[in-house]
Ligand binder design. Sequence first.
Ligand SMILES: Nc1nc2c(c(=O)[nH]1)N[C@H]1C(S)=C(S)[C@@H](COP(=O)(O)OP(=O)(O)OC[C@H]3O[C@@H](n4cnc5c(=O)[nH]c(N)nc54)[C@H](O)[C@@H]3O)O[C@H]1N2
Ligand SMILES: Nc1nc2c(c(=O)[nH]1)N[C@H]1C(S)=C(S)[C@@H](COP(=O)(O)OP(=O)(O)OC[C@H]3O[C@@H](n4cnc5c(=O)[nH]c(N)nc54)[C@H](O)[C@@H]3O)O[C@H]1N2
Ligand code: SF4
Ligand SMILES: [Mo]
Length: 736
Amino acid sequence: MWNPSQPVFAESVRTRTRPGSVSAAKAATHCPYCGLQCAIDIVPDPSGARVRSRSFPTNRGILCPKGWAAAEPLRHRERLLVPWIRSTKNGPLRPASWEEALDRTAKAIRRIQSHHGRNAFGLFGGGGLTNEKAYLLGKFARVGLRTSSIDYNGRFCMSSAAVALQKSFGLDRGLPFPLADLSKTEVLVLVGANVVETMPPLQGYLQELRAAGGTLVVVDPRTTPTARCADLHLSIRPGSDAALALGLLHWAIAQDWVDAEFIANRTTGFEEVRRQALAFWPERAARMTGLSPAQIREAATLLGKAKTAIFLSGRGGEQQSHSVANLLAWINLCLALGKAGKPFCGFGSLTGQGNGQGAREQGLKADQLPGYRSLELPADREALCRFWGIRDAELPHSGPTADPLLRSCGLPGGLQGLLVLGSNPVVSAPKSLEIAERLRSLPFLVVVDFFLSETAALADVVFPSAQWAEEEGTVTNLEGRVLLREQALPAPPGIRTDLEILHGLAQRLGCANAFPAQASQVFDELRRASSGGKADYSGITYSRLRQEEGIFWPCPSSGHPGTPRLFLEGFATADGRARFHPIEEALPAELPDGDYPLWLTTGRQLAHYQSGTQTRRSPSLLAREPEPTVEIHPAMAEKLQIAEGDRVRLITRRGFLRASARLSLAVRIDSLFASFHWGGEGSANRVTNPALDRDSGMPEFKLCAARVERESGAGAGAEDRSGRSEAKLENRRRKR
Ligand SMILES: Nc1nc2c(c(=O)[nH]1)N[C@H]1C(S)=C(S)[C@@H](COP(=O)(O)OP(=O)(O)OC[C@H]3O[C@@H](n4cnc5c(=O)[nH]c(N)nc54)[C@H](O)[C@@H]3O)O[C@H]1N2
Ligand SMILES: Nc1nc2c(c(=O)[nH]1)N[C@H]1C(S)=C(S)[C@@H](COP(=O)(O)OP(=O)(O)OC[C@H]3O[C@@H](n4cnc5c(=O)[nH]c(N)nc54)[C@H](O)[C@@H]3O)O[C@H]1N2
Ligand code: SF4
Ligand SMILES: [Mo]
């Protein structure tokens, strides 16, 4: 019997352990959560394992509370330890053998594809998966199943940044420079990025920047902990990023601060953007953004007079129905000031997930092939067809993006079967009640997870998989640095890795040889597959990664040092010049009105991660943030007669959520904030707007119109009982 509290260590770890030295009984790995990929050691502990921080260029020894708590879910008693299947569509889940679960899944895939066509079976991946898993899942879709129906949760994360970076610079690497450059620039502008709560070790870089005389500007409607570190905080009206960037550009042009030489030598398309900016004089931009003309002039002056500046974008302006336009507006400003393609200058987007960068290079995305190649470019298709030994006619074309893919489940002509691996869309997709309904109506849903997530709970087959510390694999962090996570612990007995599960399915579909189950073997294949692509990993090997502190792509040969800084010689476009883009009108899809008078913005809290499957199972994190909350400005709360801790109902045109009220001066008086880390009635995506950005397919998570009311009278008690948060239930269960 597997004993969760037994301190068990992998053979590979023991062999690296010096006898008698407990501190050496460790494996060098990295935090499973965000894109910073802080380095940690896993060390033995009476409870099984604990985390120790390790110095690495990104975190420099610092971890956030999620990193410190990362070992807690490893031995959690709700961990899935056997496959589960549902014998009848509406029957209960029951334990099953691996053979039965794999056979059932392979049979369902065959049946669905032969009755409804190859594209009727889909796959949905995640940016937390290692490069090896992302590559193999993409290959499983294209080569194993020959379906075009595959996308991943990065669509809800980095897709708008990816489009804008490619349009402007010809290449999508979230940061074109290492994090170390942040503290060496003169002005750092954080746009819609609350890094103090979402990537806490970055706070050290912000402090160093200011200690060296640099200036921090934060653009965020909320007065976040990050905004409180800023020299200048621009608390814009939600949804007005493009207007602000155009307003700043107007003033820079008016004051002759644009870099004419850079524009002439290294860019194209400025004239149209210049003409557009003429219409955004400070008073007008101020009206559009809710700022004062003086604030706009001050920010433009700071940037115009600085020799170096870096712009970093988070999800704030990026998760909107006009997010590509928002990003292009900021990039235009960066280019006009000549602050790109030079040391300590540039525009970057902060990749959120542990392998958000790598996953979008290996072919998880609806339109992508490994090496960041395109499924629609003949030369790219040819390269992969040759590598995989298939004909062009056998390689599918691009399929639907995440939101339409998920929304087609169970509908005629849509998906009839879906494999979800590394995502929990019942919590994280917009208008999620409808997504849950679609998944329930799907003839066959299979989910691979370590816990029974809200999505896994709807599945016909659930496979339990190994967790991050129990397997090896590479991830590519937010800087484009490829790093190796070593296996630190054995998986509980009987558990298989995601690669082994895909291998098992491939075996039953008659193509096992093309889907190796060893991570090192998959990496060796993927690095060769990437050769000649934009994200070229061909010079990176496990043995190099064991000796170096990660390697930046592109790295096209074994002797190549990797590429920490991009674009210094030229941009990645055909002519080496960056592109300006005129901005289309960027209005939110929904505006507050009489019925829904407030803005709702959703995002993150320090203590929880994403859909919460993992962090809601970390007792120490749950103790910090035990239940869903809605942040309300105290003056608005007074008007609405809501007190701190009251149970409230937040209502939008999609539906309602229930949470407890948190009175906070951090939100604007016209706005509310909810985190999306919760399932059940406290789930933010019950109410968010599924309006999509036309170019990227990104939903408008950050903006919608809402109202909030106190749950009142007798009804409140009743609702309280039925609306008990999962966290409270979880706490109660634990106390028992
Ligand atoms: N604690 C924690 N950390 C995480 C994660 C997590 O779940 N929890 N997830 C990781 C992932 S996948 C990601 S993508 C990153 C995201 O990291 P961030 O982008 O820093 O996080 P968010 O909270 O989504 O949004 C950032 C800010 O955008 C602001 N905002 C809202 N509307 C607007 C607007 O119209 N314009 C502007 N300029 N700003 C606006 C919000 O007020 C919010 O403070 O975090 C990563 N790190
Ligand atoms: N309202 C609102 N919604 C949002 C956002 C927002 O700001 N507001 N942000 C969006 C963003 S940026 C993102 S990135 C998404 C994230 O949304 P999700 O994709 O739902 O994120 P996770 O909770 O990380 O989901 C990962 C799931 O897979 C499991 N898992 C983790 N690693 C592995 C693995 O290696 N193998 C397997 N088999 N399973 C694994 C976890 O237990 C978890 O259940 O949410 C998006 N949704
Ligand atoms: S969640 Fe991110 S910031 Fe926190 S320890 Fe992990 S990698 Fe570092
Ligand atoms: Mo994300």
